[in-house]
Design a binder for this molecule. Structure first.
Ligand code: ADP
Ligand code: MG
Length: 575
């Protein structure tokens, strides 16, 4: 947790202020019982009314002062801890944005969300507690003991008996609760995971009639979390009554022995009353410390989880001295590229070499699982190659800055992703300063203009979260428009035409050819008709190149390609 406190640096001054305020408040707390003793022993016993008024007034002033300090400290400390939470969340988000896909795979999206929200809240809560108690607990405890001893040293011996009992009780309870807190966060992760999966997969859940199954799965995770939480709370619930019991017995002991001492004229009534209050302050401060002991392990479990994220060094980072391209635009080359997914036995790609040049269309075709998506994801450096190199404009992509590299690329993923917002906003995602003309033009080329104009609000129509209110093919065309509006050097279409009918597919590619005369275009596809007129076709099989050339050349030279063509022609003939 200590490591996280470096994010408190900008709050040095408010924190200092809080500590001073709480110091003052604790002073007033310690002073009040003494004044009370004075009123009782001098004012009431001697019947000195003006004295009672004077000291009573002073008591009111001191109490009001303490209250003001307390309110101000509360205000400041909640601002500090809310600000701290905000900075930490921001820092997490920024850091996670730099992760390569490997790190996402490792920690998991659901856990990243819990860590950014719930875990930070835990740390934040402890921080608030700590700010309040760091000063006041030791002051009230030590100050209380000093004051109590000054009132009556012999009676203070009661503490020698009570404090060890209290400590033992606290220790027993806390040591049983601590391990459960760690488990609690893990179970929360699990609950989030199940919830996310069944919400995002709601269509699949419905269509496969797995609602009951999902309910059960959620129910289990929910129950698991609840059981642990109940167990923890049951243990912690014992804390309060045990403490109160010990405190009340202490009061009885103090009054019992105190009244004997008053009888023997060793003590005055007011002093006993003050003594009783100091005893309460001491025991309360010990209780607060024990509450800290309860919360700190939970928060430190959370802090560990947060640090795990913050300490993850993204696999993919910018080189110390990024190189620049050699002035060419859009020259892409794979040189003997081999790639392993971490933990995978077989390489997903093996010794891939080819070149793609501006003004050309290079197509990649192959069965599912042949490594097409993997191949194109190496270009924007979602993953780094295991061997060989991917070069753009003569420079290894690992030597370019990521921002510069990605600015060169217009990438359309296999799974079209849209963001909630208007259609225009979604297209503008590709180029922030795109004019309206550029956006309509991109939409026209992507064959999206027709369906957009049919929508009620045209380009201002709202896309629902996850793009659920447009069809798969419409989604694909919008994400193509998003890439087109950038005018990048290199276009990468990962199976982006799969949901389009043949006619739209052909129209789109014809329009795009006019648009991308100077750019390098990489098209991943399953359909022969999509790749047939490409300048170069790369045939992938099991992660290796099984043939390369134009359609005509491949028909002669590549068995694999002929098989693909034959299977699809047969299908079309039947259809
Ligand atoms: P394609 O796009 O040609 O259908 P992919 O490139 O998506 O194929 O997948 C190629 C191979 O790599 C598959 O065998 C798949 O199991 C594996 N693979 C894909 N993504 C990952 C990943 N994130 N982690 C591990 N293996 C993966
Ligand atoms: Mg794929």
């Amino acid at each position: 947790m200590k490591k996280l406190f470096r994010y408190l640096k900008p709050y040095r001054f408010p924190i200092g202020f809080v500590l001073i305020l709480i110091f003052l408040q604790s002073l007033s707390d310690l002073y009040l019982p003494t004044l009370l003793a004075d009123i009782v022993d001098h004012g009431i016993v001697l019947g000195d009314t003006p004295y009672i008024w004077r000291i009573g007034g002073l008591m009111l002033l001191v109490a009001a002062f303490g209250a003001i300090c307390s309110v101000a400290a509360g205000y400041l400390s909640s601002r500090v801890s809310a600000g701290f939470g905000m900075r930490l969340r921001g820092e997490m988000f920024r850091h996670v944005e730099n992760f390569s896909l490997q790190e996402f795979d490792k920690i998991g999206t659901a856990s990243l969300i819990t860590r950014t929200t719930n875990d930070i809240t835990q740390v934040q809560q402890v921080l608030t507690m700590m700010l309040r108690m760091m000063i006041s607990a030791p002051m009230l405890c030590i100050g209380g003991i000093l004051m109590a001893v000054s009132k009556d040293a012999k009676l203070s011996l009661i503490f020698v008996a009570v404090i060890p009992i209290l400590a033992l009780a606290i220790f027993t309870i806390v040591s049983r609760g601590m391990p459960l807190f760690k488990a609690l966060q893990k179970k929360l992760d699990r609950l989030n995971l199940v919830l996310r999966e069944s919400l995002t997969g709601i269509r699949v859940v419905r269509s496969f009639n797995r609602i009951e199954h999902e309910k059960r799965r959620f129910g289990e995770a929910n129950r698991d979390l609840t059981d642990t939480a109940t167990k923890v709370n049951r243990i912690m619930a014992a804390m309060m009554p045990v403490m109160m019991l010990i405190m009340n017995f202490s009061s009885i002991a103090i009054i019992w022995f105190g009244s004997i001492r008053i009888d023997n004229n060793h003590m005055q009534v007011g002093d006993l009353m003050a003594f009783l209050q100091y005893a309460m302050q001491i025991l309360f401060s010990l209780m607060m410390v024990s509450m800290m002991f309860v919360m700190i392990p939970r928060a430190s479990a959370s802090a560990t989880r947060i640090n795990e994220v913050l300490d993850t060094v993204p696999d993919i980072s910018d080189p110390a001295e990024p190189k620049r391209g050699d002035g060419r635009r859009g020259w892409l080359a794979f040189e003997n590229v081999t790639f392993h997914y971490p933990g995978a036995e077989k390489p997903a790609l093996e010794r891939i070499s080819f070149e793609a040049r501006p003004g050309e269309v290079t197509a990649i075709i192959g069965g599912t699982g042949s490594g097409k998506s993997t191949l194109v994801s190496l270009i924007p450096r979602f993953y780094d190659v295991t061997e060989g190199s991917v070069r753009i404009d003569g420079v290894d992509v690992r030597e370019l800055s990521q921002a510069e590299l990605r600015a060169k690329i217009g990438y359309v993923p296999q799974q079209a992703v849209l963001f909630s917002g208007s259609i225009a906003e979604n297209i503008r995602y590709g180029k922030e300063d795109a004019t309206d003309e550029e956006i309509t033009h991109a939409a026209e080329v992507a064959q999206a203009a027709d369906f957009i104009s049919e929508m009620k609000d045209g380009y201002d129509s709202v896309i629902a979260q996850g793009g659920t209110n447009v069809s798969g093919g419409q989604k694909q065309r919008l994400s193509i428009a998003r890439a087109l509006v950038r005018h990048p050097e290199i276009y990468v279409f990962d199976d982006s035409f799969s949901a389009l009918d043949f006619k739209t597919d052909a129209k789109l590619r014809a329009a795009m050819r006019r648009e991308t005369t100077e750019a390098t275009v990489l098209i991943v596809a399953q359909r022969v008709s999509t790749v047939m007129d490409a300048d170069r076709i790369v045939v992938l099989e099991d992660g290796a190149i099984a043939g390369m050339g134009t359609h005509r050349e491949l028909m002669e030279s590549s068995q694999v390609y002929r098989e693909i063509v034959a299977s699809q022609l047969a299908e079309e003939e039947i259809a």
